[in-house]
Write a protein that binds this ligand. Structure first.
Ligand SMILES: NC(=O)c1ccc[n+]([C@@H]2O[C@H](COP(=O)([O-])OP(=O)(O)OC[C@H]3O[C@@H](n4cnc5c(N)ncnc54)[C@H](O)[C@@H]3O)[C@@H](O)[C@H]2O)c1
Length: 274
């Protein structure tokens, strides 16, 4: 089991919401869920198909939650059923966490130009970007009193990260979608933001060729000289999803120990390595 610790309190007391993207106890969605639960939130979960149910159920039960709904985001009928079940259970919701992305292993290595196929591109965009738009549409229809939506992105949207390839293009789309959704849903009092997390050791990271090196570089380039912490990412999600995040929308917040600000690597003596 994961060994993170999260502050307890009442910031999310009386708030209900949906978390999409828990696959195991290293998932970013799981860290965020634990933090939200520690602040009193009532959470429903979607998971990707029956294969994951056995892994996810004990996790959510460990934080006192019971609502688990199977939803493959590429399947409209499953999404219809999932949100109908959510409506039956909660009626209205206050927040949505979208922590879902996918690209084929063959696309997450080598040359972006050579390795990106039409089908691979379509699949990455569908699962990693359209699913956010679709979930935001469905969730916002259940937020009569306003709400807050958070998705997860990565620096590969803004800069070239070797091997991140089509996923970088997808994350650029996701960040743009965050801004457009924030504009549309602002009228309903719904805030929409993205967290750009530094490299973290999860299942999704394991699919990227050289993922281990991404972790090492992330640490070395960061100002704090440390890995991105689950506590930091979950804390940021809590801030954006709770009343603390009032007035913040259409934003991409970096939680990466300062790595994204660094221009070029430095030598151990503090000089420029380039
Ligand atoms: N791990 C990192 O270093 C890192 C850094 C920045 C951003 N992110 C982003 O965080 C989010 C969560 O990833 P993670 O690192 O926690 O890994 P993870 O593998 O634990 O989570 C990815 C989730 O996507 C779900 N998913 C994939 N295809 C799906 C589909 N068709 N239908 C429904 N669900 C589907 C998986 O079931 C899984 O729960 C992703 O958007 C990822 O790009 C991760």
């Amino acid at each position: 089991m994961s060994d993170w610790t999260f502050p307890k309190g009442d910031l999310m007391k009386g708030k209900r919401g949906l978390v999409m993207g828990v696959a195991n106890d290293r998932s970013i969605a799981w860290g965020i869920s634990q933090q939200l639960a520690a602040q009193g939130a009532d959470i429903a979960f979607t998971y990707q198909g029956e294969a994951l149910e056995r892994r996810v159920r004990p996790l959510i039960e460990s934080i006192g939650m019971t609502t688990m709904i199977s939803a493959d985001v590429t399947n409209d009928a499953e999404m219809d059923t999932a949100f109908a079940q959510l409506k039956d259970k909660f009626g209205a919701i206050d927040f949505l966490v979208h922590a879902i992305a996918f690209a084929g292993k063959e696309e997450l290595q080598g040359s972006f130009v050579a390795n990106t196929t039409r089908e691979g591109f379509r699949r990455a965009m569908d699962i990693s970007v359209y699913s956010f738009v679709d979930a935001a549409k469905r969730a916002s229809a259940m937020m009569p009193d306003g709400g807050s939506i958070v998705t997860l992105t990565y620096l590969g949207a803004e800069r070239v990260i070797p091997a991140y390839n089509v996923m970088g293009v997808a994350k650029a789309g996701l960040e743009a979608a965050t801004r457009y959704a924030a504009r549309d849903l602002g009228k309903q009092g719904i805030r929409v933001n993205a967290i750009s997390a530094g490299p973290m050791r999860t299942l999704a990271m394991a699919g990227i060729r050289g993922g281990k090196q991404l972790m090492t570089t992330g640490r070395e380039w960061s100002f704090l000289k440390e890995d991105t912490s689950m506590e930091g990412v979950a804390g940021c999600a809590l801030y954006l999803l709770s009343p603390l995040g009032q007035s913040i929308t259409g934003e991409v917040v970096h939680v990466d120990a300062g790595m994204h600000v660094m221009g070029i690597p430095e030598t151990p003596e503090g000089g420029s390595a380039a």
